[in-house]
Design a protein around this ligand. Structure first.
Ligand SMILES: [Fe+2]
Ligand SMILES: [Fe+2]
Length: 158
């Protein structure tokens, strides 16, 4: 690949980059976090943390729906040029979806006092919070690359 930055990539290469670098890691983290959430509920009901865990599971389902829509509908549409014309309106829906997902993540951040780790926490809880921090980072990366690079490129070449 001769391009200097992802801004220089041709559309199909950019799409491949998004699938590989934005989606694959996110899928792995979601599966980890889902397993961890279910384990927390099963182990001890997680006490005061139950509401947090339920919120996280809801967010995971929501992100998985978003990724599935992109991978099964939107990206294949781009590959055949179908995002042009009326297909461009789908971009607004996806940007809106990103905003709602980030807002749900911010709510989880607030519930955890900015993912604060205290001495009273079990090691399981510490590792759960660290995974939430990782999810937040991957989500921000995902939204940034799609909102600021992929979608503008689609709008420009339509
Ligand atoms: Fe995506
Ligand atoms: Fe997305």
């Amino acid at each position: 690949m001769n391009a200097k930055t992802i801004f220089d990539l041709p559309l199909m290469d950019l799409l491949a980059f998004v699938k590989r670098c934005c989606h694959e890691g996110l899928h792995d983290t979601l599966v980890d976090l889902r397993d961890h959430s279910l384990r927390r509920i099963q182990d001890d009901g997680t006490g005061g943390q139950l509401i947090l865990t339920e919120h996280v599971l809801g967010l995971i389902r929501r992100i998985q729906r978003h990724l599935a829509y992109e991978e099964n509908t939107f990206f294949p549409l781009i590959e055949v040029g179908g995002h042009q014309g009326s297909g461009l309106s789908l971009i607004d829906d996806l940007i809106n979806d990103h905003a709602q997902i980030i807002a749900a993540m911010q709510m989880i951040r607030a519930m955890t006092r900015d993912f604060e780790i205290t001495q009273k926490m079990t090691s399981d809880c510490v590792s759960y919070y660290k995974k939430l921090v990782e999810l937040e980072r991957l989500l921000a990366n995902h939204a940034q690359i799609e909102n600021q690079i992929l979608y503008p490129m689609l709008q420009k070449i339509s």
